[in-house]
Design a protein around this ligand. Structure first.
Ligand code: NAI
Length: 393
């Protein structure tokens, strides 16, 4: 995680997090451990609680427990245990909060410990919505930076991370040869666009199904076939949903699918493919490999991956470390920024200052050894004044 390492080097040098007590509520992965270490190098004391009682790797928790300056509050695998762990973090009165779903914010507010917080970051869409509604009721006690909504986050999370890891899940489970296949992607948002692009890059003929005319036009101009869902279902070898909507693939689609068609979902919730409808339609169902089920439908076989759950998490490792590197470097920079500027912000959900994203992009380019040009003063003046100056001799 070279970008996070660069941020940690800088924080250590500047000591911006000196004296800060950071409450970190994130998935307990190795990448999260790297973020915690970066915060500690910047001078912070960290209380870590997994954002989901089941989402903690035992070896990561064990390693973090050995780190000076870190307290690990384990969730004990049950909702009640999770609440106790969150409350334990609230009892330590954090001054900065790194949240993932606003769970820690909820408990801090309930425990009356939110007033000690200078500022927080929130990394999920759901959490941002929850915190905004708290702010609308004048109940949010501290300013929050919506790290979920930054351009870099969108590029790396929804686009690059999802594009690669969804295909990773598909290939691990089915081993399908994408070259020469027809891959239909439902939804041409950041996720669908990235999946279609990657599938196309591996030699697939890509078909996009949309309900939004602008997105559909964009897909068409990007070189994909654009057809209604039922036509795509009848034509495709692989069908991937990435819409956020419900029942995107239903019985009408299953009835027309080709023999051996593979179905997978990349959307957040397992509602995009009507799995119950598929099971109801099928005369038989077999699990042929882990996470791969075959359904007999009208003399044909329809293959469902990971029971329609989000494929890159259910059947692969989620986002690559290279994606989490940028996202967590952003969290560390935002946390440090809040220690300096949080006191001057109103208790609302704020956009991350654009300068932080620019800074991260520069660090990421630097980490890859990529150099770019700078506008000259002459060019900068031209862009502001619109009138050409005489060229210097
Ligand atoms: P988005 O809202 O930008 O795009 C979704 C697209 O689907 C829109 O263009 C919409 O018009 C289209 N759509 C909606 N209903 C449709 C239907 N019935 N048929 C065809 N198209 C339809 O959303 P984004 O960011 O691309 O995310 C999509 C889903 O993926 C969400 O559930 C999101 O939470 C999830 N997600 C999954 C990730 C992963 O790692 N698997 C990462 C980030 C987001």
């Amino acid at each position: 995680m070279p970008v996070l390492r660069r941020v940690a080097d800088r924080l250590e040098l500047g000591g911006q997090l000196g004296g800060a007590r950071v409450g970190v509520c994130l998935h307990g992965t190795a990448e999260t451990a790297a973020l915690v270490r970066a915060l500690v190098r910047g001078g912070a004391t960290v209380d870590f609680v997994p954002s989901n009682p089941l989402a903690v790797h035992a070896e990561v928790a064990a390693a973090l427990q050995q780190e000076p300056g870190v307290e690990v509050h384990l969730a004990a695998g049950s909702p009640a245990g999770h609440e106790r762990a969150l409350t334990a973090v609230a009892d330590r009165t954090p001054t900065v909060v790194i949240d993932d779903g606003a769970d820690l914010a909820r408990v801090l507010h309930a425990a009356g410990a939110a007033s000690a917080v200078i500022g927080g970051t929130e990394g999920t869409t759901t959490g941002v919505l929850r915190l905004r509604s708290l702010a609308e009721r004048d109940e949010l006690a501290y300013p929050v930076l919506a790290v979920n909504d930054t351009p870099i986050r969108h590029l790396f999370d929804n686009s690059l991370g999802t594009g690669q890891s969804v295909l990773d899940g598909l290939l691990r489970t089915t081993g399908v040869l994408l070259a020469g296949s027809r891959v239909a992607v439902f939804g041409y948002g950041a996720c669908g666009r990235a999946i279609a692009l990657r599938a196309h890059g591996l030699g697939a003929t890509t078909i996009v199904c949309e309900v939004d005319p602008i997105r559909a036009l964009e897909a068409r101009m990007d070189g994909h076939l654009v057809v209604p869902g039922l036509e795509a279902a009848a034509d495709a070898d692989v069908v991937i949903t990435a819409t956020g909507a419900i029942d995107v693939l239903g019985t009408a689609h299953f009835e027309v699918m080709r023999d051996g068609a593979i179905l997978a979902n990349a959307g957040h919730f397992d509602v995009e493919i009507d799995v119950a409808g598929l099971a109801g339609l099928a005369s038989a169902r077999r699990t042929v490999r882990p996470l791969v089920d075959e359904f007999d439908v009208g003399g044909r076989t329809v293959v469902l991956v990971a029971e329609g759950r989000v494929i890159n998490l259910a059947a692969a490792d989620g986002h690559p470390a290279g994606v989490m590197d940028l996202l967590f470097a952003g969290q560390a920079v935002a946390a440090a920024w809040l220690t300096e500027h949080g006191a001057g912000l109103s208790p609302e959900v704020h956009a991350v200052p654009a300068a932080i994203d620019v800074d991260l992009a520069r660090l990421a380019l630097d980490a890859q050894g990529v150099r770019i040009d700078e506008l000259s003063d002459h060019q900068r003046r031209y862009l502001v004044n619109w009138s050409p100056e005489p060229r210097s001799a």
